[in-house]
Every structure is written in structure tokens, then in C-alpha cells.
Ligand binder design. Structure first.
Ligand code: SF4
Length: 320
């Protein structure tokens, strides 16, 4: 029902040579069997500690990385299988905004050229029309016409992120993959950017995949939230359900570390101990088992599948 992006059993493995003498190649399962969907006009938050594969999911959906296996249905078409040329139209429909807007903006280009570049690449507008579009985009993201001829270093972090968003919007995308767009910003600026993104979503009907490392960052903007750990999706459900009724031990541990706005809600607490194991040598079975206080024998033998616990609540755990 109205699903824009439907990712099924997505895998992205990277390979690394161990050295000149040993011919062995190490396999890194950055994304291993991840499935989720996003409805039109909805925001799916994707959360996890660094190295959990959330950014790789975003980049693979955009085909910045080629998927190792799995399907990526966009509006019913499996775009994972398309040739680079056939994928071109989707390059316009799917745009990305980045964590560090400064690094993603060319310092030698004016704001007008940064925002206008996608218009040139996709041959969408030229001359006066192009200029009008750029002014309109600046206005949409809360910047002014006279910002057009300035350079990225003249702006604050929040303003740079606005430029990055204007650039993404220039080709009138449907889906925006937001890769930690507010993590590098001051807390006060974070709220401004999130509010603006919500306004844009309502006005233009955008769909977001919103990647963050912290559950408190996605709470406000997400309709549903997915939690990743070491390349796998552990739990995905509506934002309300995830924050009020988490089921997976890892989600409960993540939530235990952030203050909860409703003190009357009964809260289970699990303190997360130990480090994330190396993705080069992940635990067998459930990848969370080395840090899970409920781990049983079966957890090391069988990888738990993401199961439907009812009404859009999915979790991967043998306990449930
Ligand atoms: Fe813990 Fe086992 Fe559930 Fe994994 S499957 S989260 S180890 S109880």
C-alpha cells in the first residue's frame, strides 16, 4: 500500500586483501540481509552505532555502492538490477544529503553553481529559468537571493546544510536519503534543520530515509524507526511503538542510555556493555549475542530472522 521503496534481503559485502604474502581476502559483511520498506511521504529513521552499516544501506540504495545481493524495489521496479544507464532517471528521483555539508560542497563554487549543477547535469533548466529556480530554492531553505554569489566558507554549519538541501531539491526528487544531516550541528541548529525538513516534506510530499547514530535524533521526525547492529536490522516499527514498547534487547539498551520524555511510562533498562565486535569476524548466529544478557545456546547457532510481532512491529530475536 503506497510503498515507494521496498528493500529485500539487501547484502553489501566489501573485500579487503590481507597482504601481499597471504593470498587471503577478508570479507566484510557491511550489510547482511536487510529488509525494510518506506511508504510515500513517510520518514523511516535508521539508527545504530558507527559501523553498523546504516550509511552503507543508504549508499547502496542510491547505487553509489553496487549491491552484493538482494532487491531494491523503487515504485515497483527492482533498480538493483538496472544497468547504470537505465538507473539514470532514478538518480534524479533519489537524492542524498550528507553529514558534513562543508565536505560535500565544492569550496571553489558559488552557491548558485552548487545548487545549479544538478540542473545542468540533468539538463533541467538554463539561462534565466535556471537562475529563477536557484533563487526559489534558496528561499525554500530559508536563504536569500544575495547568498547566491557567495562561497561555502562564508556560511555557518546550519546554512551549509541548507545549501546541501537546496542542491538535493533542485532536481525535484521524491526520496531523500539523509545521511546524519544534523549530527555535526549544534543542538539549537539541529531543531531548525529538522523543522525545515518536515515543512519541506509536507509542502512537496517528500519521502525520507533519515540515518542517525542516536535514537533521540530521529524520534521527532520519523514515522517508523529501524535499529541496526553490525550489518543487520534488529527491530523496526512505528516511532511510538519503538520508544514506548521496545522488544529487542539491543533497542532497549540504546533507549536506556537516553532520557525518556514520559517518566510515567514503565521503562526497562539494559546497560550496554563491551564493544561492537569487528565486522571482519562477527559473532555467529545473533550478532548481538556477545553483548546480550539474555543470550542462550540457540543464539550462537541460529541467526534470528526479522519476525512480525503484529501491527508493523518487526524484531529479530529468539526470545520473542
Ligand atoms: Fe539476545 Fe539471543 Fe535475542 Fe540475540 S537472539 S538479542 S543474543 S536473546
Amino acid at each position: 500500500d503506497n510503498i515507494l521503496l521496498d528493500v529485500r534481503n539487501l547484502k553489501k559485502y566489501f573485500y579487503k586483501d590481507e597482504g601481499l604474502i597471504s593470498k587471503k581476502v577478508q570479507e566484510i559483511k557491511a550489510v547482511d540481509n536487510v529488509s525494510f520498506y518506506i511508504r510515500k511521504g513517510e520518514t523511516l529513521g535508521l539508527v545504530g552505532e558507527s559501523g553498523c552499516g546504516k550509511t552503507t544501506v543508504g549508499r547502496t540504495v542510491m547505487r553509489l555502492y553496487e549491491p552484493t545481493a538482494g532487491e531494491i524495489y523503487y515504485d515497483g521496479i527492482d533498480v538493483a538490477k538496472l544497468s547504470p544507464k537505465s538507473f539514470m532517471p532514478y538518480r534524479k528521483k533519489i537524492q542524498m544529503i550528507f553529514q558534513d555539508p562543508y565536505a560535500s560542497l565544492n569550496p571553489r563554487m558559488t552557491v548558485a553553481d552548487i545548487i545549479g549543477e544538478p540542473l545542468d547535469i540533468h539538463r533541467l533548466a538554463s539561462g534565466k529559468e535556471r537562475q529563477e529556480r536557484i533563487f526559489e530554492l534558496l528561499k525554500r531553505v530559508g536563504l536569500r537571493k544575495n547568498h547566491a554569489n557567495r562561497y561555502p566558507h562564508e556560511f555557518s554549519g546550519g546554512q551549509r546544510q541548507r545549501i546541501g538541501i537546496a542542491r538535493a531539491l533542485s532536481v525535484m526528487p521524491e526520496l531523500i536519503i539523509c545521511d546524519e544531516p544534523i549530527s555535526a550541528l549544534d543542538v539549537s541548529v539541529q531543531a531548525q534543520i529538522v523543522n525545515m525538513m518536515e515543512d519541506l516534506q509536507r509542502e512537496i510530499g517528500l519521502t525520507y530515509l533519515f540515518i542517525a547514530h542516536d535514537l533521540s535524533m530521529v524520534r521527532h521526525i520519523s514515522n517508523r524507526v529501524g535499529v541496526m547492529y553490525l550489518g543487520s536490522l534488529m527491530e523496526v516499527t512505528t516511532a511510538d511503538e519503538l520508544y514506548n514498547n521496545p522488544q529487542h534487547p539491543y533497542t532497549i539498551a540504546l533507549l536506556s542510555s537516553i532520557p525518556i520524555p514520559n517518566p510515567r511510562a514503565e521503562k526497562k533498562n539494559i546497560i550496554l556493555e563491551g564493544d561492537v565486535p569487528s565486522p571482519l569476524n562477527p559473532p555467529s548466529g545473533c550478532r548481538f549475542r556477545t553483548r546480550c544478557r539474555y543470550a542462550k545456546k540457540v543464539c550462537s547457532e541460529v541467526t534470528p530472522e526479522l519476525r512480525n510481532l503484529g501491527s508493523e512491529h518487526y524484531a529479530a530475536c529468539h526470545l520473542l
